[in-house]
Ligand binder design. Structure first.
Ligand code: PMV
Length: 322
């Protein structure tokens, strides 16, 4: 009745922003990500006869409320698959700051789905676990697999085909991802709420959706050819197109801080100096820079020297949840 799992976070190269079904957490379009090794969640799930409700602790702190409800959505699907009704104690530990806009929901929901399945003796495929983890957080659908991962939008109404699939294993292309943490201050709008507001009110939402499939195709070609300039170009435009749609929602959603903008300029200045480095930004102020291993030291020094950056976390391409 006890299972343990570790799953890594992932960052989207071509972004997910918008749902075609909020209840099933189905994406309006596909997305493509890289799994990162240094940011991971380790989770133990223990199903216990005496528990009245699921309870969750993260990094040693109890997390009743929204975080537990989200975990219960995933646990309910695992219980249904196993024909079980016991409630669970979930102990989760992160290798990085939790809830700070660093994709902790992706790694934590992926680790939870696998740990809970193992605890109940279920041997589910990564695709099936991806569908289950998706109910806790959309991007978690991409965190079961290692390497470069495509989350298909799927066509089935029940969402069973909207799961992550590995396109390439980590060794296909050992790129580096440097995460520049920006001191954020207040809490941001959650991605689910932000997506809803963008879909409801942004005049650019339709244009954003139209941009995704061509970007997915271009990114897959660039990945297959290991063409960093081509991949970087798609990654930056997917990020900027998504943020343009967010910013033009009513009221406008602005996740960036001054340091976020400074980092964008810094990355572009490094490129002008001949380094192969490209940025992406999610629903928060931090900037992730993608580069080849040979440029890592120079990129890292430049990011660390940018005013407002508190820390840089260096990641390689990560493996599957296990
Ligand atoms: O998985 P969610 O619901 O937290 O949404 C993730 C949204 C972005 O991080 C902004 C983009 C992405 O594809 O990961």
């Amino acid at each position: 009745m006890r299972g343990h799992a570790r799953a890594s976070a992932n960052f989207a190269l071509v972004k997910y922003w918008g749902k075609r079904d909020a209840a099933l957490n189905l994406p309006a379009r596909g997305s493509l990500s890289v799994t990162v090794d240094a940011l991971y969640t380790e989770t133990t799930v223990i199903f216990e006869p005496d528990l009245a409700a699921d309870c969750l602790s993260v990094d040693g702190r109890p997390r009743p409320g929204a975080a537990t409800l989200r975990a219960s959505r995933v646990l309910d699907l695992i219980r249904a698959a196993a024909g079980a009704s016991l409630r669970a104690r979930v102990l989760s530990k992160n290798s990085f700051p939790y809830g700070a806009g660093l994709a902790s929901s992706a790694s934590s929901m992926a680790a939870l789905s696998l740990a809970a399945a193992r605890a109940l003796g279920l041997d589910l495929s990564l695709e099936r676990l991806s569908v289950i983890a998706r109910h806790g957080s959309g991007s978690a659908a991409r965190s079961l697999h290692g390497g470069y991962v495509l989350w298909r939008e799927g066509t089935r109404a029940d969402g069973e085909d909207a799961h992550g699939s590995q396109l390439h294993p980590p060794e296909h292309w050992p790129l580096r991802v440097l995460v520049a943490l920006v001191d954020a201050g207040e809490k941001d709008t959650s991605s689910s709420q932000g997506m809803q507001e963008t879909a409801r009110s942004s005049p650019l939402y339709a244009g954003w959706l139209d941009s995704v499939n061509p970007d997915l195709e271009a990114a897959q070609l660039a990945l297959a050819a290991r063409d960093l300039a081509a991949l970087g170009e798609v990654m930056e435009r997917s990020c900027l197109t998504m943020h343009a749609a967010m910013m033009s929602a009513r009221p406008g959603l602005l996740y960036w801080r001054a340091a976020t903008v400074a980092l964008i300029h810094r990355v572009r200045a490094l490129r002008a100096e001949g380094l192969g480095v490209y940025f992406t930004i999610d629903a928060g102020p931090h900037v992730k820079a993608l580069c080849a291993p040979k440029d890592e030291a120079a990129v890292r020094a430049a990011l660390e020297a940018t005013p407002g950056v508190t820390r840089v976390i260096a990641c390689g391409v990560g493996g599957p949840a296990r």
